[in-house]
Design a protein around this ligand. Structure first.
Ligand code: FAD
Length: 395
């Protein structure tokens, strides 16, 4: 049996949500995870829709807007459970909950909330988030897709890349330039638009063939004279990049939770396998070399969990150190997950290298957590920058 929530001070309602997530992960997600990994060419939206029916696509949205109105910690607990069941489903849940919906909640008008946020919170509309382009990843502010004024609306052209849920989502939060080529304003020249993906100019292209997370849909999107009205612009035209960064600060807590869920699954498998597999006339769990490995895996996992919960607390309380802590949690949890899943493969020996067993998939799935929503290198930059800012503030 996996962890209890002892010591976390959860209310009965929060505990029930976590139990529901655990049950769903065990009974619905885990049995289909291997097939979703095998058939990466067709995205299976059904588990994500079922999460929506349970209210899990509106966890952080207030009840006033048809969400569950839960706190960040409960959401992260649930996300860990979902990632334990299938990391590919977890990323859809994480993107939807933390990026487009949070931006709409913070910066959308009441009409936009009524039209899009409410059905998103009810799980009737699935969201995507489109910031990256071929030439702009870590340096996301250098994006080139262009919105040009057309009457009181915009015509948007350009190429976006790496859009999770990009072909199947119903709506996408799209970041494009709203300054003009003659008057570039850097990151202050970017707008955020809420785009219904049924619009003619939103053209999903090639699906990425990925190392892991193959059950998740990642696509390139061409913006072909995409016509948007003023009702699609979220907040102010030049503020879209700052809205995106703000959302990503919470988003990376979700990715840390995803990494923890993947690592927990790998540890569970490794522990069980070590109890069953016999060599030299006894279970391999009786060898100290394996015992130490399991102990180190479990210890690093709990350390990541502790850091994530501390970061979530800082996020909720809007502490000055929240940015540093959320980068630390994402950095530490993702590197922990790649390390733990690698150890799990080792505990399985040759069988760990076989696609017959789940740990090789977990090993492949874990890797991306070090890359998206800020690479490990970028988070190290943020952490070190924050250290000096803090010192400056103390002086
Ligand atoms: C499966 C998947 C899903 C994704 N989903 C989405 C999505 O839904 N929406 C979206 O907008 N994007 C998404 N992305 C894109 C993701 O956020 C980017 O891949 C990520 O930000 C890294 O950008 P890049 O791939 O261009 O790498 P680059 O920025 O080109 O980085 C290449 C290497 O250089 C390093 N590097 C770059 N700059 C520095 C620096 N200043 N100092 C030190 N090292 C540096 C990086 O850490 C990395 O190791 C997704 C990516 C993947 C793989």
């Amino acid at each position: 049996m996996r962890r209890s929530y002892g010591g976390t001070g959860l209310s009965e309602e929060q505990r029930q949500i976590c139990d529901l997530a655990r049950q769903f992960a065990r009974d619905v997600l885990r049995p289909g995870a291997e097939a979703r990994d095998e058939h990466e060419d067709r995205f299976d939206r059904d588990p994500v829709d079922r999460l929506g029916e349970l209210g899990f696509l509106g966890m952080l949205i207030p009840e006033q807007y048809d969400g569950l109105g839960l706190d960040m910690l409960t959401y992260l607990f649930a996300l860990e459970e979902i990632a334990w069941g299938d990391a590919s489903v977890a990323v859809s849940m994480s993107v939807h909950n933390s990026l487009p919906t949070q931006t709409l909640l913070r910066h959308g008008s009441e009409e936009q909330k009524e039209r899009w946020l409410k059905p998103m919170a009810r799980g009737e509309l699935l969201g995507a988030f489109s910031l990256s382009e071929a030439g702009s990843g870590s340096d996301a502010g250098s994006l080139l897709a262009q919105a040009t004024r057309d009457g009181d609306g915009w015509i948007v052209t350009g190429e976006k890349l790496w859009v999770t849920n990009g072909a199947s989502a119903d709506v996408a939060l799209l970041m494009v330039r709203t300054d003009s080529p003659d008057d570039r304003r850097g990151t202050r020249g970017v707008g955020a638009f809420l785009v219904p993906t049924e619009l003619a100019g939103w053209v999903p292209g090639k699906k990425e063939r990925k190392m892991g997370l193959r059950g998740s849909e990642t696509v390139a999107v061409s913006l072909e004279e995409l016509r948007l009205g003023p009702e699609h612009l979220i907040g102010e035209a030049g503020r879209g990049f700052s809205y995106a960064l703000e959302a990503l600060e919470g988003g990376r807590l979700g990715i840390a939770a995803q990494a923890i869920g993947i690592a927990e699954a790998a540890l569970d498998h490794a522990r069980d396998y070590a109890g069953e597999r016999e060599q030299f006339g006894r279970p391999i769990k009786d060898f100290q070399g394996i015992q130490f490995k399991l102990a180190d895996m479990a210890t690093r996992l709990e350390a990541a969990r502790g850091l994530l919960y501390r970061a979530a607390q800082a996020y909720e309380a809007d502490e000055p150190r929240k940015r540093k802590l959320s980068s630390m949690a994402k950095l530490f949890a993702s590197e922990m997950a790649t390390w733990v899943t690698r150890q799990a493969v080792q505990v399985y020996g040759g069988y760990g290298y076989s696609r017959e067993y789940p740990v090789e998939r977990l090993f492949r799935d874990a890797k991306v957590t070090e890359i998206y929503e800020g690479t490990s290198e970028i988070h190290r930059l943020i952490i070190s920058r924050e250290l000096y800012l803090e010192r400056g503030a103390d002086e």
